[in-house]
Design a protein around this ligand. Structure first.
Ligand code: ADP
Length: 201
């Protein structure tokens, strides 16, 4: 029996990275789909060829993918966004599976922001959802990224709803209070996941 995969998902600004860091601080391995996606579009990686073939070489700046320009292109064009996701998502899931298989710890956190949107609930053994009110998501992302409220609302509208996520969850962290409360929830879940992983072995 390999590593137990705990999926971590939630809307933009809900606190996924904050939760992931709290698990990592307890020695739990964390794999991050967004980080892998960024690695996959580095020069020489296979994804970059497919992206340039689909979107044109004007997205290259000295051999590097101009990620801001690409984001701009797909943000305003749903067809292109789906096309990009069609290239990237299968590669990201393949890489996540490869890396998860190499770990020897009892369980690991797989942070996958679009797990439910991509219909891949089955990719993980158990699902942890970070949830918070939309108003807090907007406030946090405005502060973190300097994005406009309108931009953040558009992103949220494209993501699964709070209700959909919570309905799919095995565990939920309601991150609407102090950051210290997140650590407390993570400490408890870590204890439960360790027990569960031991039993599954
Ligand atoms: P996600 O990874 O889901 O987009 P983050 O973990 O990056 O969300 O959190 C979004 C922003 O809000 C970050 O700047 C983070 O430091 C902050 N944040 C997260 N949780 C809390 C909290 N409970 N109280 C205050 N700020 C928070």
């Amino acid at each position: 029996m390999g590593l137990l995969r705990i999926g971590l998902t939630g809307g933009i600004g809900s606190g996924k990275s904050t939760v992931a860091r709290a698990f990592a601080a307890r020695g739990v391995p964390v794999l991050d789909a967004d980080e892998i996606a960024r690695e996959l579009v580095q020069p020489g990686m296979p994804a970059i060829g497919s992206i340039v073939a689909a979107f044109g070489s004007e997205l290259l700046r000295g051999g590097q993918l101009d990620r801001a320009a690409l984001r701009e292109v797909v943000f305003h064009d749903d067809r292109k966004r789906l096309q990009l996701e069609g290239i990237l998502h299968p590669l990201v899931y393949r890489e996540l599976a490869l890396r998860a298989a190499q770990l020897s710890e009892p369980y690991g956190i797989l942070c996958i922001p679009l797990l439910l949107e991509t219909g891949r609930r089955d990719f993980v053994d158990r699902l942890l959802v970070v949830d918070c009110p939309v108003a807090l998501q907007i406030e946090r992302v405005m502060r973190r990224d300097g994005s406009s409220e309108d931009t953040i609302r558009r992103i949220i509208a494209r993501q699964a709803s709070r209700e959909e996520r919570v309905a799919a969850a095995d565990d939920v962290i309601l991150n609407d209070g102090e950051p210290a409360a997140v650590e407390c929830s993570v400490e408890r879940l870590d204890a439960v996941y360790r027990l569960w992983a031991r039993r599954a072995r």
